[in-house]
Every structure is written in C-alpha cells, then in structure tokens.
Design a binder for this molecule. Structure first.
Ligand code: TH1
Length: 809
C-alpha cells in the first residue's frame, strides 16, 4: 500500500475491497500505481472469481443429470468485449459501477479500453458468439470449440482513402478472462505413413506432431443462470527447444519447432465468404478439429464409459465446413483407437454430427487438392475413400441417380485436378444439414446440394439465424431499453417475443416523441465520436443511412456509392427541391487480397472527400467511411441508425444478421428480397420496410439468359451519368483512371446486377425521402420494427437447434 492512502477503508463496500485486494495480490499494483488497464484486469478477475462458482455448479449439474452436451465447432468466434455483457447478465452493473466509483474509477471508461476479441471475420463468427450466449441463457450444457488466434482480425487503418491492414494484438495486456488448462493437452499429428497388419489393424505414424493446449473462457447466460465454456486451442511444440542444436550454436534452428507450432495459431485467415485455400489453413482446421474431437471422446468415455453411446450424450455442430475434417477424425478414433467396425463407427458419427451451411457462393465452398490432403492426413484420406465408397454404392442403388448425380454426390471432385469436397463430406456424415434463412435453405435444395438432397430428402432443414438481444438491444442501447421497459414492463428482457406488446405504442404520439428523443441522442453520441475520430461534423437531425458489414461485391456497397453520386448530382442540378438531409455512413473491412473490395473502400473515401468539401450540397449530403469496423463499433453505430442498407444481390446473402440488429434498434430496412430480409419483411409488415430489386429467381434467369448491363446503363440517365463520372476520374483527379476497370466491370459483366437494380434502388431511396418527410409515420414504423423482430432472437434459433437437431431440450 502507499504510505498515505487517503481513501477511508470504512466507506468501501466489500466488493470494492475485493477489487482492491485483487489489484494488489494478483496484478501486483497498489491503488496509486494502478493504471486503467490494471483496474480493468482487477475488475474482471474479481468478477471471474464469482463466475467460477456458477461455472463449476453448471458442470456438476450437467454431470449429475447425465445430460446431453452440445459441442459447437467453429473456426471463428467474433466475441467483442466481454465485461459489459458479463456484468449485465449477472445483474451486477450498478453495484460494480458504484464500487469502482468509490475507488475513483469510472466503469464506462475501463469498459471502453477492453480489447475486442475479434477471432472471426463477420457474420459467421458473430453468430457463433451469439449462439454461445443463448446456449448459456437457455441452460443448455454446451461447449464452444475454436482456435485461440494470437492475431485475430486485422486492424484497419485508412491511409489517404486506402485500406491498410495492421496486426491486432488483443492479448498485449494479457487476457484476464481465460484459464490455461495445461492438463487438457492433446497430441496432433501430421503427415507420415499408414501401415496395416493382417488382423486389419491400421497404424498411422505421423511425421510431425504438435501439442494442443486448451484455454477456457466462461460464457455467462442471461441472469447468470448457467455458465458454459468456450474452449480455444493454442499450439505448443513437444520440444520447445532442441538443446543439442542450441548448444551447437544453431540458436534459431533450435527454436524452429516452437515457431512452427505457433504458426498454426498465429493468424485468423481474414477472408469472409470465400475460401482461404492454403496448406496452413488445412493444418489449422485439422489441428483444431482433432483437439476438439479427442477432448469430446475423452470426456464421453470418462463420464459414460462406452463410446458407442456417444450420439445419445453428445451433439456436435459444424459451423460451416471449416471443421468438417472432424468427421474423419472421429471415424479414425472410433475405428483405430476404439476398435469399432466401420459400419458401427459410421452410424455413431452420423448420429452425432450436424452441419450448418452458411453460403452457396462457389468461391466459398471448401475443397482441398487431393495430393495435399493425402500428404498431410494419409489416414483420413483412406477413411474418406471408404466413406465415399459407401455413399456412392448407396446412391447407385437408387434408380434415379445417373452418372451425373453420382459424380455430383462424390466426396471427390473429378473435374480437373482432383479435390476433396468438404461440403459433401459434412453433408453425408451428418443427420441434419441446415441453412440459415428460409430462402437460403430452399436454394440449398435446388442448387449446390440438389443431388444429395434427392438421395437424403429428410436431411436439409432451416434454422433462421438470430442475434442475442442482450448485446444487441440491452447492452448497446440502454436508453431504448429503459424506454421500452417503462412502456411494457420488463418481460421482454427474458423473452424477446414479448416486445410485441410495444406494437400499440406506435400509435401513441407521446411515446413516439420519447422514442425519437432516444434515437436523436444516440445520433448525437455517434456524431461526437465521428467528429473526434475524423473531424467530420454531422447533423444529428439528418437521416442516418448506414451500410456496415464486410466489403464484398455481392453485398453491393458499390450500388450504394453509385446512388450516392447520383444523388449528389441531383442535388446540385436541382438545389431548389426539398431534399432530405442525409448522412451516408459506411464501415467495413476488405479481405487483404480482394482487389475490387479494396477499390470500393477507396472509392467510398474519394466520394466522401469530394462531397463533404462541396459547399453546394452544404448540409444536405455528407458521406463518412468509419475505419476499423468491429463489434464494438457496430454497438455504437447501430443504435444511431435510421436506415439499414441490406442490398445484396438476391440469392447471395445466405441470411445476414446485421439486418436484424438494425431493426431491433428501430431502423427501417432498405433491402432486396434476399436472406433473412424476406422473413424480416414478413414479421414487420410490408408497410414498415422498403423492398426493391430483382428476386433470386429473376437474378438466376438473367444470368442464364442474355443480361446486357451496358444497355441498361446507357438506358438510365442517372446511372450512366454517375458511372461515367466515376470512370472518368471526377472523384479521383489525382489518378483519373483509378476506377476505369471497376466501372468497366459493370459495363461488361456486372455479375452482381448493380445495373439491373439501380433504378429500383434509386426510386426506393426517393420513397424513403418521402416517408422521412412524414416524421410521425416514420417513427411509428420504427417502433413497429422494434416490436415485431423479437422472433429474430438467437434464443429462438437455439431453441430450434436444441429441439430439432440436437435432441437436447
Ligand atoms: C456468413 C454469410 O455470408 C451471412 O449471410 C450469414 O448471415 C452468416 O454467415 C451467418 O450465418 C458467412 N460467413 C462466411 C465466412 C467464411 C466462409 C463462409 C461464410 S458464409 C470464411
């Protein structure tokens, strides 16, 4: 302690005392020397001590009940910050804030410096995080399994309008949430040879091996009812240093094994909705799958003795195909280590696994060159051949399966260089295969999985995505939450469907007024943040029109930007008209190797620069690209949005989940009939959403027919003016040809149908202007959005998984 500590100890609550005790004895600082990060760590560790008791109780209770456990395998968990979530789920917010205040520490300030755990790219990883929270909330005994990446999602800096990727070091100050479990370590082999003896016993002798070590993070459910485990694997060399080599003077070579092991968990592949396709990625996938499956099998045998009862006590869900090699790993353990005959092992495997598909984009369907797969995982390759033989024999028995269908079902793609198809492997090895929104599930049946669907017609089912209302309403929008509670009471906090009672308040003028005040104050908050970080001043009374998500051509940020340019033209040509003041907000990252996506980011920045400095559009139009989009930024932006842009080419966005977050926070959606937008429309009603554009069927028909984008562009005055302006360098005077190729891509091919949907989109935007003019009507629609999207809670989604796939409720 410091020599003249002035804070009188008697005024301190026991909680404040515990925080100080933690600070001193576990961080090793006294109150004087402590910095914000120390207070943050001390607060988390104190809270964690309390969580541990609940955590252990949860484990004991599942064990005593002999309960079925759910295992969610995902290469991505996009968690964000944990402190605020944990405090709120434990109902300890006020108490901890008070305790810290008595120590002169501002809780909000230390919450703000907690780094985002960004172990994911976008929607798929964020869905996994929402699911973890909902599984704990629904009191399901569940484990998430993933990789503890040292560098998660890169940090994005915008330099002169260009995206620059920097490593993010979320572990720089340590991670007070996690527990290293040295005792939970597994041998993971790669390469080598497979030998068999006469008795049919197979032996795989890997050429190299690393050790997987578990790190556990507690996941607290709503009201702290249950605490589940997120188990992330790190890698360690068995021989961290080869002393002989070191002593012989080879100081670098002596550490090569450790460096090689660490490279496995070093980085998250930063590609979203596309496949990474590198040997290291396959190694990551196998490393994490093998560790997780070994852990699951060990736990089962320890608790229940007989591995053949695994499907009764464990449900393993594959989050897309990234963990699909788990199927072959379980088969290997069952056959080679537990001596099950192939057929029995196959039965156990299929009854245990479920597979969720998240995209039909061809570039995202994982497949591995067969020689690579065989070299890295020779035993698994044998098993995949055996599985394939069994499946293809079954297919041949069905009279409706011709050669074409059999080739489509095969786990091996024989067109050109032979490849292992991970989606087919996941499909045949699972008793359930689900899509993530109704349209997407139908398209799965009609396109990529058409033949597999004919062979196994019961297997494909739909589970429309959801979001946790704890983070995406109560956490990020406390003012709206308080307003709702005042109006309808607290029942919605335990069941988001209860938000329905808010519906009638849409007709209550005084409620709408208060609702509008909350939105405005959120917009003021965001404007302040943007002013501080970029210098740009925004008018909080303008319409905040927001598109934040990964930058990808199918998501069509380009459509939005081109429309922005067209609007800019219109405002300049007709300054006398009654334009709606708008702020166009963009944020999002592009995969580092995705050229067009990076050009789109640069274009958004170039357009922003030009428009924001043009006095002729004055207060009517402002454009901002906010850098380094992540979960915490989303939590700040979404509560301040009036309009949510969900404008993907129909048939290409499997679901989307940002769309749900915006609607829950009272933004209206402008969107295509794609993914979950369709179901959002069904819930909020046609009058409370703005829909435009081609349907998925129309897109498919146009692609199959002769789509001529050049004619469409030339036939639309607004569109051709905007495209020409961009192509000719109006927004890039320093490099007039910068956008020539990007714009030529629209004239020549336009795979994402920007031209076909432009006029519809522009007209929809003008209808938004008209709605905005009738402000009370707009607010009524916004209230109805909040009231009617409770169904999109991930509690509902997880309930469906638990009952219909996992048999765990
Ligand atoms: C996304 C989908 O694009 C999105 O529509 C959906 O809402 C979300 O998953 C959750 O279901 C996907 N992200 C990825 C990332 C990778 C590969 C495929 C997909 S699909 C790396």
């Amino acid at each position: 302690m410091t020599d003249n500590d002035t804070t009188p100890a008697i005024d301190r609550s026991p909680l404040a005392g515990r925080i100080v005790d933690t600070l001193i004895h576990r961080i090793g600082k006294d109150e004087r020397a402590a910095r914000k990060h120390d207070w943050l760590a001390a607060t988390i560790l104190t809270l964690r001590d309390e969580i541990i008791d609940k955590w252990m109780a949860s484990t004991r209770q599942a064990h005593a009940a002999g309960a079925k456990r759910v295992y969610y395998l995902s290469l991505e968990f996009l968690i964000g910050r944990l402190l605020r979530d944990a405090l709120s789920n434990l109902g300890r917010n006020a108490e901890v804030a008070e305790a810290l205040a008595s120590l002169g520490v501002d809780l909000a300030e230390i919450e703000e410096i907690e780094p985002d755990a960004a172990l994911g790219n976008g929607g798929l990883g964020r869905l996994a995080a929402c699911f973890m929270e909902s599984m704990a909330t629904l009191e399901l005994p569940a484990y998430g399994y993933g990789i503890r990446y040292v560098n998660g999602m890169f940090r994005q800096r915008i330099d002169d309008g260009w995206q620059v990727e920097l490593p993010e070091t979320w572990l720089a100050h340590g991670n007070p949430w996690e527990f290293e479990r040295r005792e939970s370590a597994y041998f993971i082999g790669f390469g080598g040879e497979v030998t068999g003896n006469e008795a049919g016993h197979v032996h795989w002798k890997p050429a190299e091996a690393v050790e997987a070590v578990a790190y556990d993070t507690p996941v607290v459910g709503w009201r702290g009812k249950r605490v589940n485990t997120l188990r992330l694997w790190s890698a360690r060399a068995f021989d961290p240093i080869r002393l002989d080599a070191f002593n012989a003077g080879d100081h670098i070579g002596a550490l090569a094994g450790q460096a090689r092991a660490e490279s496995l968990v070093r980085v998250l592949y930063p590609s979203d909705s596309s496949s990474a396709g590198q040997e290291l990625r396959l190694r990551q996938e196998y490393f994490f799958s093998s560790a997780s499956i070994q852990d699951i099998v060990r736990r089962h045998v320890q608790y229940f003795g007989d591995i053949r009862t695994l499907p009764d006590k464990a449900a393993i869900q594959l989050n897309d195909t990234h963990p699909a090699v788990s199927v072959a790993e379980l088969m290997r353990l069952l056959i080679d280590h537990h001596d099950l005959p192939f057929e029995e092992a196959w039965e156990v495997t299929r009854r245990t696994f479920g597979y969720t598909n998240h995209t039909l984009l061809p570039e995202a369907l994982e497949s591995w060159p067969l020689p690579l797969f065989e070299r890295l995982l020779p035993r698994h390759m044998q098993l995949i051949y055996a599985i394939n033989g069994r499946v293809l024999r079954e297919a041949r028995k069905s009279p409706s399966m011709g050669d074409h269908s059999v080739a489509a079902i095969s786990l091996i793609d024989e067109n050109g260089e032979r490849r292992v198809r991970m989606a087919n492997l996941a499909f045949v090895a699972s008793h359930s295969v689900n899509g993530v929104a109704a349209l997407h599930t139908e398209l799965m049946k009609q396109t990529v999985f058409a033949d597999l669907h004919r062979l196994y017609p019961e297997r494909i089912n739909n589970k429309t995505n959801g979001i946790t209302p704890r983070r995406w309403l109560m956490g990020c929008n406390p003012a709206l939450t308080a307003l709702i509670r005042d109006a309808i009471g607290p029942a919605f906090c335990d069941d988001a469907a209860e938000l329905r009672s808010l519906d009638s308040f849409a007709d209550d003028a005084s409620f709408r007024e208060r609702f509008a005040e909350v939105k405005r104050s959120n917009k003021v908050g965001l404007s302040n943040f943007i002013r501080e970080s970029t210098g740009l001043r925004l008018d909080p009374d303008a319409l905040f029109d927001v598109q934040i998500k990964r930058v990808h051509e199918y998501k069509r940020q380009l459509l939005n930007i081109i429309e922005t340019v067209a609007l800019y033209d219109q405002i300049r040509s007709h300054p006398e008209k009654d334009w709606t003041p708008r702020v166009k907000l963009f944020a999002g990252k592009a995969a580092s190797s995705y050229h067009n996506a990076k050009m789109i980011i640069k274009l958004a920045n170039d357009v922003a620069k030009r428009i924001n400095s043009d006095p002729s559009v004055g207060g009517l139009l402002k454009v901002a690209f906010i850098s380094n989009y992540n979960v915490s930024l989303a939590e700040r932006i979404i509560p301040a949005a009036d309009l949510s842009e969900q404008i993907s080419t129909a048939g290409m966005e499997a679901s989307g989940t940002g769309n749900m977050k915006f609607a829950l926070n009272g933004a209206l959606t402008i969107g295509t009939l794609d993914g979950a937008n369709i179901e959002i429309k069904d819930h909020v009603g046609d009058e409370n959403i703005v829909i435009f554009g081609l349907t998925a069927d129309e897109v498919a028909a146009k692609r199959a027919g002769d789509y001529r984008p050049r004619e469409i562009i030339e036939g639309s005055r607004e569109l051709s003016q905007a495209v020409n302006a961009i192509a000719s360098g109006v927004f890039s005077p320093d490099d007039p040809d910068r956008y020539r190729d990007l714009m030529n891509g629209l004239y020549d091919r336009d795979w994402f149908m920007v031209a076909a949907d432009f006029d519809g989109y522009a007209a929809a935007q003008r209808s938004v202007d008209a709605r905005w003019a009738d402000r009370s009507n707009w607010q009524a629609s916004a209230v109805r959005n909040v009231a009617r999207v409770g169904w999109f809670s991930s509690d509902r989604t997880i309930g469906e998984y638990a009952r219909e796939i996992w048999g765990a409720m």
